[in-house]
Design a protein around this ligand. Structure first.
Ligand code: ADP
Length: 380
């Protein structure tokens, strides 16, 4: 939109009619003061200013407008009965684009100038937008970079802990083998070392997954498989390892879905191990399946520490960990990020409902792209 400023009503009417006929959006002011008020409220691409006005003349208006941040990209076109001294123009309007046209003006030239200024304005706006986006991106990158540094230090620590204990167990085993090869503790030390090695393997696999996601190289092998069978196996394996927890499977019906079984198993394991890890007091974990609108929904509920509402949106972001509990619970803050990538790649979505101190339900849904082989048989 452009603003035309002239003290003579008849000039405003004829100029406005001419510009509107040419498809230009026009606003008007009949004095310098009114123009300033309008510039404070609206953004104009161009202001056409009559130079000779009683009260505040065109140059004064331009000088004032120069100080308004709203008008920093607005061009000014002076309309004058006489040729304007160049010095006057630079004095009147130093900051933005400025031009003048003498009266009586040639309408074609005026239109040409207006179009050029409008184009300039649009380009400047676009550049400003790009600059804002770039600044935002730089900010985000900086933030990610600092999170990455923090992550590397946590990851090194997480990797070092099992390595130290593996080294310790191997030393013990060596010593016992030399002294007393039949020592009853030998096998248990080997088992402990193996379990720490498994932990290391899982950490390294998660780290590799994050780098695969970053480079777009996480491959999926989509095939039909019995989801309920896989889920039951995961639950019973974890039940075997964590005998102090009670795992309750609800509505486990037979269903064959199209997906990457290993990757979806990884999501189940992640949700369930988080449920265990973050519910040191609550010993029940519920796993529920549902079929809603041709989508498979899986819910994992724990009665643990819970997560406050404000943080729930960030849980699936890379490197996110709840600050207050990060010292108490070890972790890298990448498990849920990997889960969300896996579920997204199955065209589904992940979510959470949680209340501090009461527990959490983590869930995911996967659309059934092909007709499911489905029978309402409850396995447990
Ligand atoms: P981590 O290795 O830190 O557990 P995740 O990506 O699996 O990484 O989880 C990210 C963060 O979300 C965790 O650090 C924890 O703060 C929070 N979180 C995940 N699952 C639960 C849960 N079941 N209960 C409470 N907090 C959870």
């Amino acid at each position: 939109m452009i603003l035309i400023v002239d003290d003579k009503e008849e000039n405003l009417i004829s100029l406005r009619a001419f510009l509107e006929k040419s498809g230009i959006d026009v606003d008007q002011a009949s004095s310098g003061e009114e123009a300033l008020k309008k510039v404070l409220k609206n953004v104009y691409s161009l202001i056409i200013l009559d130079v000779q006005m009683p009260g505040m003349d065109g140059f004064e208006v331009a000088e004032n407008i120069m100080g308004f941040s709203k008008a920093k990209d607005t061009a000014i076109l002076f309309l004058s009965a006489v040729n304007i001294d160049k010095q006057f123009i630079t004095k009147g309007y130093l900051a933005g684009a400025v031009d003048y046209i003498t009266k009586p003006f040639d309408p074609d030239i005026l239109l040409l100038k207006i179009k050029t200024f409008n184009r300039l304005f649009d380009q400047t706006q676009q550049l400003n937008r790009m600059q804002r986006e770039l600044e935002k991106e730089i900010e985000q990158r900086k933030e990610l970079e600092s999170k990455k540094d923090e992550f590397i230090s946590i990851a090194s620590h997480e990797l070092k802990t099992p390595l130290t204990s593996v080294r310790g167990y191997i030393q013990l085993i060596e010593r016992m083998l030399n002294k007393e090869p039949g020592h009853p503790h030998l096998l248990s030390y080997i088992a402990k070392a193996r379990s720490q090695i498994n932990k290391l393997g899982e950490l390294v696999a998660d780290l590799l997954d994050v780098s695969k996601i970053a480079s777009g190289k996480m491959d999926f092998s989509i095939m039909p498989f019995r989801f309920d069978k896989m889920a039951s196996e995961v639950v019973s394996n974890l039940q075997h390892i964590h005998q102090d927890y009670i795992f309750i499977s609800d509505n486990f019906f037979e269903i064959t879905i199209n997906g990457d079984e290993m990757r979806l198993e990884q999501v189940m394991v992640n949700f369930l191990t988080n449920a265990i890890k973050y519910s040191p007091e609550g010993k029940e974990i519920h796993i529920k399946m549902a079929l809603i609108n041709n989508e498979l929904w899986v819910y994992v509920t724990d009665f643990g520490i819970g997560i406050s509402k404000e943080l729930q949106d960030q849980l699936f972001e890379k490197y996110f960990r709840v600050e207050e509990t990060s010292v108490r619970f070890q972790g890298l803050g990448i498990g849920l990020f990997i889960c969300s990538e896996i579920i997204n790649r199955h065209h589904g979505h992940c979510g959470v409902e949680s209340e501090i101190g009461k527990g959490s339900t983590f869930y995911f849904s996967i659309p059934l792209t092909t007709q499911p082989i489905f029978r309402e048989t409850h396995l447990s």
